[in-house]
Design a protein around this ligand. Structure first.
Ligand code: DX5
Ligand code: ZN
Length: 224
């Protein structure tokens, strides 16, 4: 089981810690949780696959001890296999990798699964849905990136709505969306088939509880 396997058709929100104040990470997550967040999205960047550099397993372990929300690790790194056991050991719930950079995706997904975490892929904007066709039996979720990976606060790429719609027809597991998600783009993505709304700057630019709640409410209204 696990977070994604038990989600069914619910629409949920997740703050992306990339936009949070890293000096007060546990508090920042708590504030988004007060607004209804059910998962934490944890962006890991290596200054190689993407130009940015963030945090690793030590910070994930500290956060896992400080929150009861499941941690979803988004590995934006060139060599994810080196990090997967350490993140699993840190107590995270799910891990996703980018098929654009992983050489042996099947092996990497098996590694995530045998580490005891739910396994996913994150698709960069120009990666076609069909890229994961032969990986489907090994996936618990997919993240459609609606910005290029690497930074928060970028503009939403509207073509990604069609990509979510196409994936919806291909997969039975939950589709998450990441990048430029706010109270305006969330309902459009939910209408197309997304169920997990990951948002960074839109949550942390104001009161995280209020902003998280706005995004979840707008997303849920699109299923009504
Ligand atoms: C970008 C990250 C996102 C990022 C989204 O590489 O994967 O999780 O935090 O930021 P916003 O919500 O500001 O677009
Ligand atoms: Zn992310």
């Amino acid at each position: 089981m696990g977070f994604f396997n038990e989600l069914e058709d619910r629409v949920v929100g997740a703050p992306s810690i990339l936009a949070a104040d890293f000096a007060h990470l546990a508090d920042e997550v708590r504030r988004a949780r007060d607004g209804g967040a059910e998962m934490v999205h944890f962006d890991v960047m290596d200054n190689h696959f993407v130009p940015n550099l963030t945090v690793g397993p030590a910070v994930a372990a500290s956060l896992a001890a400080a929150t009861d929300l499941p941690i979803n690790v988004h590995l934006q790194v060139t060599s994810p296999d080196n990090l997967i056991p350490a993140f699993a050991e840190a107590g995270v719930a799910s891990i996703c990798v980018h098929p654009e950079i992983v050489t042996h995706l099947h092996r990497t997904l098996e590694l995530i699964e045998t580490s005891g975490c739910e396994a996913g892929v994150a698709l960069s904007p120009t990666t076609p849905p069909e890229a994961i066709k032969w990986a489907l039996p090994h996936l618990d979720f997919v993240i459609v990136m609606s910005v290029d990976p690497g930074f928060g606060g970028q503009s939403f790429i509207p073509e990604m709505v069609d990509k979510v719609r196409r994936l919806r027809g291909m997969v039975g597991f939950p589709i998450a969306v990441d990048g430029g998600i706010d109270a305006y783009t969330a309902p459009v993505m939910v209408e197309a088939g997304a169920r997990v709304l990951i948002a960074g700057s839109a949550v942390y630019r104001g009161d995280p509880a209020v902003e998280m709640r706005k995004i979840i409410t707008a997303g849920r209204a699109a299923t009504a």
